[in-house]
Write a protein that binds this ligand. Structure first.
Ligand code: HEM
Length: 483
């Protein structure tokens, strides 16, 4: 009995400090003040949370400092929370550092649910939709051709492709937001990308999250926090410069998401009008660059890693592509005729959901999940990784089996939720789906991916989990196919 291992006095203290949820909600024993800090500090948190679900069930609680979290580990429960009861759970947690990173909550991803946030997300959604309707396909095609050229130029050398995937995904977003694309040697975008990655990684570090739960620590020197502040200043300077350049050019002509936002965010006229400002435009570009780069590129890198383990799967995709398209490159509209390729992409999104714990939600009023009372302000963590490995839904959930998504294969598209759902559904879902389809199809049409050297181990498939779930670095040979 795990509860019995904790002395009685600590258990009663922990109840005192950890607030009141439904008494029926299970969870591992929680230490006074520290709560379940040791569970939350596990190296691969999604795997750890999934293993706790085996003991405590599909919904359980954890505590950290004075914060109570509820972890959801099954797609039905996640849907009930994010989709059916979206208006109860569309909030984001308030935090000291989150407020700093999001310029006072004015980003879409970290901003709390409010009239201002709804207007911001609606405008960003329509700007993205307007700009992607006609131009997204050619933008991705262009980047996919460029990526294949870069791989061909490696001439069969064993290389780590992660940076090339990041450049390709990042170029799709910078073309959509600023009408610009770059190559691997360009300094400016690399600076911006490095800076954004550094911010995400610093913000996720325990030295910085401790400031949210233990306010007294804010008075002490904290070098990672000082670095975070420096990187944020650099981010704002780099993005500010790009927006100024766009304003100086005739941005109405550009057809980019940012120019569309600059036109729709009118300065406030009256006293109590909603004020969507330049900061909102600025933070939208940050949202799109952070949300849209490392996610897509991490999934492409996972796909190649799995295919090195299972060469027969890449051959099957190649044969399907040749059979259906002959020698031409695929279009997104071909997806219905390429079921095995789509099954491969779905299986990758299932096995390695690159945002494995989504982004934390907050209950904005008292509500319930799966019959348990959930008080206002409870933090909700949708464990998408856990939902995608639920043995009640997926046969042999830890195996890589694209066939499960073919007709009669037993895979459930309804239980596949890599983009979350409801009011906070990933803003870039449509962009990501087209990118994953076209990039994967181009890569597997043009190359056979081979292990670096016979004696080198195949890529480790467990990965490293931070905000984004990434495969550990590995090298691969991209061998051009004869067309
Ligand atoms: C949020 C997944 C690509 C922009 C999210 C969330 C997930 C997710 C799980 C959190 C949903 C929640 O809070 O419940 C993914 C995956 C991707 C991907 C798996 C690719 C494989 C993209 C792209 C963009 C993007 C390409 C931009 C073009 C965003 C934004 C949010 C978000 C702005 C915040 C939405 C909000 O809080 O309202 N994404 N994403 N994502 N994503 Fe994505």
């Amino acid at each position: 009995q795990p509860e019995a291992a904790v002395p009685k006095v600590l258990r009663s203290l922990s109840k005192h400090f950890c607030g009141t949820l439904s008494p029926s909600l299970p969870g591992p024993p929680s230490l006074p003040l520290l709560g379940n800090m040791f569970d939350l500090a596990q190296e691969h948190l999604p795997i750890h949370l999934t293993s706790l679900a085996l003991r405590y069930g599909n919904i359980y609680r954890l505590n950290y400092g004075n914060t109570t979290m509820v972890i959801l580990n099954n797609s039905e429960i996640i849907r009930e929370t994010l989709v059916k009861k979206w208006s109860d759970f569309a909030g984001r947690p308030h935090s000291y550092t989150g407020d700093i990173v999001s310029s006072g909550g004015r980003s879409i991803s970290l901003g709390d649910f409010s009239e201002e946030w709804k207007a911001h997300r609606r405008l960003a959604h329509s700007a993205l939709h307007r700009c992607t309707t006609d131009s997204l396909h050619p933008v991705i095609e262009n980047q996919a051709h460029h990526l294949c050229k870069v791989l061909r130029d490696y001439n069969g050398k064993a290389v780590d492709l992660s940076k090339d995937f990041t450049v390709a995904a990042s170029n799709v977003i910078t073309t959509l937001t600023f009408g610009k694309s770059y190559d691997k040697s360009s300094v400016e975008p690399q600076k911006l990308q490095d800076c954004l990655n550094e911010i995400v990684s610093l913000w996720g570090s325990p030295w910085i999250s401790a400031l949210d739960s233990f306010p007294l620590l804010r008075k002490l020197p904290n070098p990672p926090f000082t670095r975070l502040m420096k990187e944020l200043a650099r981010r704002d300077e780099l993005i500010g410069k790009l927006i100024e350049e766009l304003k100086k050019s005739d941005h109405r002509e550009g057809g980019t998401v940012t120019s569309s936002l600059l036109q729709s965010f009118k300065p406030p006229q009256g006293g109590d009008q909603m004020t969507l400002t330049d900061t909102h435009v600025h933070m939208t570009t940050v949202d799109l660059l952070i949300g849209g780069t490392e996610t897509t590129s991490a999934l492409l890198n996972w796909t190649v890693a799995f295919l090195l383990h299972r060469p027969e799967v890449q051959n099957k995709v190649y044969e399907e592509l040749c059979g259906v398209l002959d020698v031409r490159y695929p279009k997104y509209s071909d997806r219905h005729r390429l079921p095995y390729l789509c099954a491969l992409i779905n299986e990758m999104l299932r096995l390695r959901p690159v945002a494995p714990l989504a982004v934390p939600h907050r209950a904005i009023r008292n509500s319930s999940i799966a019959g348990h009372f959930i008080p206002k302000n409870t933090i909700i963590i949708p464990n998408l990784y856990g939902a995608h490995h639920d043995p009640k839904v997926w046969d042999d959930p830890y195996s890589f089996k694209p066939e499960r998504f073919l007709e009669g294969g037993g895979g459930s598209l309804r239980a596949l939720i890599p983009f979350g759902g409801g009011a906070r559904l990933c803003l870039g879902e449509a962009v990501a789906k087209m990118e994953l389809f076209l990039f994967t199809a181009y890569l597997l049409r043009d190359f056979q991916f081979l292990p670096a050297r016979n004696e080198e181990p195949l890529p480790d498939l467990q990965g490293v989990a931070s905000v984004v779930l990434k495969v550990k670095p590995y090298t691969v040979i991209a061998n051009p196919r004869e067309q």
